[in-house]
Design a protein around this ligand. Structure first.
Ligand SMILES: Cc1cc2nc3c(=O)[nH]c(=O)nc-3n(C[C@H](O)[C@H](O)[C@H](O)COP(=O)(O)O)c2cc1C
Length: 310
């Protein structure tokens, strides 16, 4: 038996539901020596902004129990260099390329970025990163916090991009909220085709000897297996209330942790921090997933989505 692995996210068909998460896989070329990139379901590129960004001061990463903190601060070369230097390699892979975008100060920057990408045939989808906790001016964007911490701001941002592009639109949500469901519903209502969850959870770590924070910006984003139970809970909560597909992520390190996300309600999954530990992990997860489906006589991965038995 060969199980069916292909999934659809609106108009976008993925050969399999294993993706790599934005910011943890560079612009893919960095990983070409380790895996056959064409085997991935899709690649989500590092978030780009209109202008180049140097990112935050160092130290900006540190290890934590079962995870890591990062405060990279969206270091990226800006859209022009991305289109000229990074996209040509990605285009040649002939798998869906999802380009993650973010604004620095003004949410209108999302629209400008999306207009550029809308014209490029090989860009399969646009991911709106409205949830990065590591940009200094983020708190000014809504007057209260991140765009994805406010249902109205989420609605307005998604809607403004939806108006100018027919490309598949994915909205990436922040777990740093009281009620993720209301944000998910706002994104769906504004025309998002899918949701990606979760981005990192804000956290801190302190060196007791120096009494200094281990991250220069003090507060950073926690990722890795430590956040998995929270991510699974959020996927499950959102799955019950929205109709659009969910791309689940947060602490996936192997096939069994990926399976948890499908069962909770994810249509596809993204591998993040685990890429730093084992650059081959995404393909190993794909193989493990196939074995699980065969062993359990599951003909189609889509049957697993939301199959949680309570
Ligand atoms: C070093 C690092 C950089 C990241 N950069 C981005 C980014 O540029 N855009 C984004 O949407 N998410 C970014 N993320 C968040 C991941 O895409 C992912 O949502 C999060 O880490 C949870 O998944 P994980 O536990 O598998 O890493 C970053 C995460 C890490 C660890």
């Amino acid at each position: 038996m060969i199980p069916k692995l292909s999934v659809k996210i609106r108009g976008l068909t993925l050969n399999n539901p294993i993706m790599v998460a934005s910011g943890t896989f560079g612009y893919a070329e960095e990983f070409k020596a380790f895996i056959d990139l064409k085997k991935l379901g899709a690649i989500v590129s590092k978030t780009i902004t209109l202008k180049p960004r140097q990112g935050n001061p160092v130290p900006r990463t540190c290890e934590t129990p079962a995870g890591m903190l990062n405060s990279i601060g969206l270091e990226n070369p800006g859209i022009d260099v991305f289109l000229e230097d990074k996209l040509p390699y990605l285009k040649n892979l002939n798998i869906p390329i999802i380009v993650s975008i973010s604004s620095e100060k003004d949410p209108k920057e999302f629209v400008t970025l999306a207009r550029h990408l809308d014209m490029i045939k090989e860009v399969a989808a646009i991911e709106l990163n409205i949830s990065c906790p590591n940009i200094k001016h983020a708190q000014h964007m809504t007057g209260r916090g991140l765009i994805s911490q406010d249902p109205h701001a989420t609605y307005e941002t998604v809607k403004s991009v939806r108006k100018i592009t027919n490309k598949t639109l994915i909205t990436k949500l922040s777990p740093n909220v009281t009620d993720i469901i209301e944000i998910a519903i706002a994104a769906q209502k504004a025309g998002s085709d899918a949701l990606a969850l979760i981005n990192t959870i804000t956290g801190m770590s302190i060196d007791a000897n120096t009494k200094k924070p281990k991250i220069a910006m003090v507060v950073a984003g926690l990722s890795g297996p430590a956040i998995r139970p929270i991510a699974i809970r959020m996927v499950w909560e959102v799955y019950q209330k929205v109709k659009i597909p969910i791309i689940g992520m947060g602490g996936i390190i192997d096939a069994s942790s990926a399976l948890e996300f499908f069962i909770a309600g994810a249509a596809a999954i993204s591998v993040g921090t685990a890429n730093f530990i084992n650059p081959k992990v995404s393909i190993e997860i794909l193989e493990g997933l196939k074995e699980y489906l065969i062993r359990n006589n599951v003909l189609d991965i889509r049957i697993l989505t939301g199959s949680l038995k309570v």
